[in-house]
Design a protein around this ligand. Structure first.
Ligand code: NOJ
Ligand code: CA
Length: 728
């Protein structure tokens, strides 16, 4: 544009004004194109996209006008190709709004609202022969999701990712609940600190976990939970992790800038892409009320609905197992033989029995009887199959075949015994992290399950991954877990994976992959213990991505009970273990203790028998990460409600409201409470159980012991049930 002003010519002033107007208009136009703003439906969140400097895509996010994410770069570095990080112009922007609902197959709510405003930006890289990428932003009332999209195009068919550049430039030195960045394990204990304190605490936080691979520079894992000094809660994670490595976050302790750190493969590469392709969503859940973080459905909303045609077989499962005795009682174990060097080709009937094998026909029958008597759906049996003699730590390829039982485990006999009692045996496929071996044998393993009446499997990935050099969280393994889920669906089998990559809401798309461990769970209570605050952090971190098989329900918390040399204890009261069934959402819940311990406390055990595992609705009543969580839920399709409240090492008074009950009607509430002199380390098994009448206006102020909890069941009562009961 020629802006030169030639003095003295007639009409020149008018022409100049006209030209200036045009320039102004074009500036505004290009400003509008290069910078786009969207707000959440409730207007609390505002997201601004802008191309900066040399065409670098950036975004920023505010909540109630306060900065949450300051200007942060977007883009990717490629291997042996120009980056997808700069040199962009905006080719097109499109906006859309969506407000609908959908119903999960199992879940915390019957109906989930999906309400967002969307901005889709198409970016052109002129100097790279017009390569094109898209960035799709979805702004919900509970936060932001965005992802990169790569349409199929001549100049961008295949590429290898060196690193994703996505930044999360936080607005302050927030409090953060974190575990070290790691390519292989998420079984760390949480550290609470300021962002600036992370480097100084990293060494201490990187406790020994089997097959760990801590990231060398300062990095943390997602879901990463933070709180600003002015009370804004921020949770960063990802949704729909498919065909892509899991994301850790590099931390800059001085500027509080986090940036994506993808898990590399055996070659050090961070993702192989063939267009068209979309990355997982990067998610930022935001609120000034911690209960909103736990109620957020953003991650689920960003996952695709399932493509499975028939989902009628996908049902929740409450189970017991031949399991905890391996950890505490020192009386039994997974392996059958005394020998420690075995091959799958060996004749296992020739091994010398170690006399401590847990998965014997007799022991399993005892568990089936108990499950049938108390209404459990299934009995998990670990250690039923050959190979456990040298499964641990040898980085061996052919560890298990998943179809050959030990000589003292009668597959057919037990199938009949369980079927006659209306109980299922839950399969266990420990892969010893040899994913290659598992994939080769998967069809045989699932066919074996089908032939023998099993319909759910607990998988496990303890150890260093094979293919060697891959990590639990790398692209190949991310795809492996999904392959297993899809194959299991072909056989109508439900999957509960342990030591797999942390969940990202994929249970919406693959609803038979209905629970995971992927964090430090109850097993660690017998391997050093969990801090009393641990379970108040998990809902804000690990459980943001999906249901957890936490394996609660330990009644015998002092482990010297089994063996006086074992000075470990489960760091909770008995009642806190009850509360977990409500605070730790999962459609798969285990009563993890041994039957004989439940028989010692039948009145408390009643809560575990009663509690629902699938819900019509959920109300998070009060919550603060690291301190306490109180949640009420309505059982799916029933007029029954359950409440769980937990605290950390500090005693507190939980406030339980009943305003979700239908108005004008009284219900019978059974309150399971810590005794006044109970605590996680003193009198953990002392509790009280009382019944009272409640209605929608009732409020319970319930003292909770240090490391304790409260559990409440609420049911309609007959005249007989309510006779003599006092109002709360
Ligand atoms: C670790 C799992 O988390 C645990 O539940 C299981 O018993 C062992 N691996 C053996 O597979
Ligand atoms: Ca584990």
């Amino acid at each position: 544009m020629n802006l030169r002003y030639t003095a003295g010519k007639a009409g020149s002033t008018r022409r100049l004004v006209r030209r200036l107007k045009l320039v102004l208009f074009l500036c505004t136009f290009s400003f509008l194109v290069n910078a786009q703003v969207i707000t959440s439906p409730d207007k609390n969140l505002t997201m601004k996209f802008e191309l900066k400097g040399n065409g670098v895509p950036t975004y920023q996010l505010t909540y109630k006008k306060k900065p949450v994410i300051k200007e942060s770069k977007l883009g990717l570095e490629l291997k042996d190709a120009a980056s997808l990080a700069e040199g962009f112009t905006v080719a097109k922007t499109e906006q859309a709004s969506v407000n609908n609902t959908w119903e999960p197959i199992v879940g915390e709510q019957k109906t989930i609202r999906n309400n967002y405003n969307e901005l889709l930006v198409t970016l052109n890289q002129k100097e790279q022969k017009d390569r094109q990428i898209l960035i799709r932003f979805r702004l919900f009332n509970d936060g932001l999701g965005f992802r990169y999209e790569f349409p199929e195009q001549k100049e961008l068919n295949y590429f290898v990712i060196k690193e994703e550049n996505t930044e999360f430039n936080l607005a302050g030195d927030h409090k953060i609940w974190w575990i070290p960045g790691d390519y292989d394990t998420n079984e760390y204990a949480y550290t609470t600190s300021k962002i600036s304190e992370i480097p100084g605490l990293m060494k201490k936080a990187t406790i020994d976990v089997h097959a760990q691979w801590p990231i060398k520079n300062t990095a943390v894992q997602t879901p990463s939970m933070m709180k600003s000094s002015d009370g804004i809660y921020i949770n960063i994670h990802e949704a729909a992790l498919i065909n892509y490595p899991a994301m850790n976050l590099n931390v800059d302790p001085k500027t509080f800038k986090f940036s994506a750190h993808l898990t590399p493969d055996a070659m050090g590469n961070k993702g192989y892409v063939q267009t068209d392709f979309n990355t997982p969503w990067r998610t930022i859940v935001v609120s000034d009320d911690a209960t909103d973080i736990l109620e957020s459905k953003l991650i689920l909303n960003l996952n695709e609905p399932t493509k499975y045609k028939d989902v009628s077989w996908i049902k929740p499962v409450k189970y017991i197992g031949v399991w905890w005795e391996y950890f505490v009682a020192n009386k039994s174990t997974w392996a059958y033989g005394k020998e420690t060097n075995v091959k799958l080709t060996d004749d296992f009937t020739k091994l010398t029995p170690n006399g401590r094998h847990g998965a014997t026909t007799e022991n399993v029958k005892k568990h089936i009887d108990f499950a049938a008597k108390h209404g459990f759906d299934a009995v998990l049996v670990e250690g039923w199959n050959i190979g456990w003699e040298d499964w641990f730590g040898n980085w061996k390829e052919e560890v298990f075949d998943f179809v050959t039982p030990y000589p003292d485990f009668d597959v057919k006999g037990l199938q009949k015994y369980a079927a006659d009692k209306g109980v299922k045996i839950m399969m266990h496929h420990e892969t010893s992290a040899s994913a290659t071996n598992y994939e080769r044998r998967l069809d045989d393993a699932f066919q074996f399950m089908k032939d023998n009446g099993y319909n759910s499997v607990k998988t496990g990935y303890v150890g260093k991954i094979i293919p060697r050099g891959e990590h639990h969280d790398s692209q190949w393994m991310v795809n492996h877990y999904i392959r297993v889920a899809e194959k299991a669906a072909d056989y109508q089998i439900r999957v509960n994976s342990h030591e797999a990559v942390r969940p990202t809401g994929l249970h919406r798309t693959y609803p038979n992959w209905f629970a995971q461990e992927s964090a430090r769970g109850t097993e660690f209570e017998a391997m050093g213990g969990l801090a009393p605050e641990h379970a108040t952090i998990l809902p804000f971190t690990r459980l943001m991505g999906g249901p957890m098989d936490y394996t609660p329900g330990i009644f015998q918390t002092d482990l010297s009970y089994y063996n006086k040399d074992n000075n470990q204890r489960v760091n909770t009261t008995l009642v806190k273990q009850l509360a977990y069934y409500v605070t730790m959402y999962s459609p798969l819940q285990m009563a993890a203790d041994m039957p004989e311990n439940y028989e010692r406390f039948p009145d408390a055990f009643q809560f575990i028998k009663d509690v629902a595992i699938d819900w019509d609705d959920t109300w998070v009543q009060e919550a603060e990460p690291g301190d306490y969580v109180t949640i009420a839920r309505k059982a799916k399709g029933k007029n029954e409600w359950y409440v769980g409240g937990i605290t950390d090492e500090n005693a507190r008074t939980a406030t339980v409201r009943f305003d979700y009950l239908p108005k004008g009607k009284s219900y019978v509430a059974t309150i399971y409470a810590d005794a006044s002199d109970a605590s996680w380390n003193k009198n953990p098994q002392k509790y009280t159980i009382r019944k009272v009448l409640v209605n929608s206006k009732s409020v319970l102020k319930q003292p909770i012991a240090p490391g304790g909890g409260v559990a409440v069941s609420i049911k309609e009562g007959s005249k007989q049930d309510t006779k003599g009961l006092k109002k709360l």
